[in-house]
Design a binder for this molecule. Structure first.
Ligand code: GUN
Length: 300
């Protein structure tokens, strides 16, 4: 019986974080410590856990990071003024405002106030536009992490059929653009797609990013396909699970990412990569000075 190989996000993350830490040491020796500013507005418990993990990952890998907590009723103008200060701070190379924001704050205004050259989330329209035109500066962390996983497992993309399920600005749309840039023929499916299985059965690579359990089952998958699960959902028993029915899909697919231990660890890792590369760019301004952090091949 077929048993898909597991794409181990923890292993890929570990190798990339070691590379980040090594390059951060080199930069530090030359007088620049990569710095990330994280802003959390309000006290949403899930967001508090996410930002703590981001700050901790920075500290563990030689980046400096400060978490600023602002009250839930902070005025938008006050938040924007603080972002402007961070834009002007030479010790800060990345600025991240944790989403979602309270309803009285316009998140578009917030994202567009962050300097495009410090937008390590890759959400600013200038960075979205750069990605679209094939000259990305910051790639959004989750789709960038997926590309690094495919790279680490030497999964061919050029000429392959890829289906992205989900069309969010944070994952689905940039994911489609990165796969397109890598030479895939890309189809984006979403909640209005008439026949999802029609598309996924013809896909060599499927990325599921909708936030819905069991959106992809084994009968919808082409034999030996690569299945990437970006979903973070809860089972009825409260356990973390993805968008993919792992049990049935792993009987058909060639490669599959687990949840947890798949894409999850990669998102924070790519935030570290983006912050490091931003610091390298600011220390060595010039178009060709910064080599991208690459995934080492992982033995499957
Ligand atoms: N909230 C959930 N995911 C993210 C992310 O990747 N970046 C930010 N800024 N907020 C988020």
């Amino acid at each position: 019986m077929n048993q898909a190989k597991i794409i181990d996000g923890l292993a890929v993350s570990k190798a990339l974080r070691e590379e980040v830490a090594r390059r951060a040491r080199v930069l530090k020796a030359k007088g620049t410590t990569p710095g990330l500013a994280v802003i959390l507005v309000g006290d949403d418990p899930a967001s508090a856990v996410y930002v703590r993990n981001k700050v901790k990952a920075c500290e563990q890998n030689g980046l400096s990071s400060n978490l600023e907590r602002l009250p839930a009723d902070v005025r938008e103008a006050q938040l924007l003024a603080r972002i402007e200060e961070l834009n002007a701070d030479p010790n800060i190379h990345g600025i991240l405002v944790q989403l979602p924001l309270p309803r009285h704050i316009n998140s578009h205004n917030v994202i567009e106030t962050i300097s495009a050259s410090k937008d390590v989330d890759g959400f600013h329209v200038a960075n979205a536009g750069s990605l679209m035109t094939g000259m990305p500066q910051f790639r959004p962390c989750t789709p960038y992490g997926v590309m690094k996983m495919l790279e680490a497992y030497q999964i061919a993309i050029t000429g392959k059929n890829a289906v992205v399920i989900g069309r969010s600005n944070i994952v689905g749309k940039p994911m489609a653009l990165l796969l397109l840039e890598a030479g895939a023929t890309v189809t984006v499916c979403h909640s209005k797609t008439a026949d999802l299985a029609y598309h996924t059965r013809n896909a060599d690579i499927v990325v599921a990013a909708v936030g819905k359990r069991n959106i992809l089952t084994g009968d919808m998958v082409k034999p030996c396909a690569t299945i990437i699960d970006v979903g973070m959902n809860k089972t009825d028993e409260g356990k973390l699970c993805g968008d993919v029915d792992f049990a049935s899909v792993s009987k058909v697919a060639g490669y599959v990412t687990p949840v947890p231990g798949g894409v999850g660890p990669m998102t924070i890792t790519m935030l570290l990569v983006n912050t490091l590369e931003s610091a390298e760019r600011s220390a060595h301004p010039g178009p060709d000075d910064v080599a991208l952090v690459h995934s080492e091949a992982v033995k499957a």
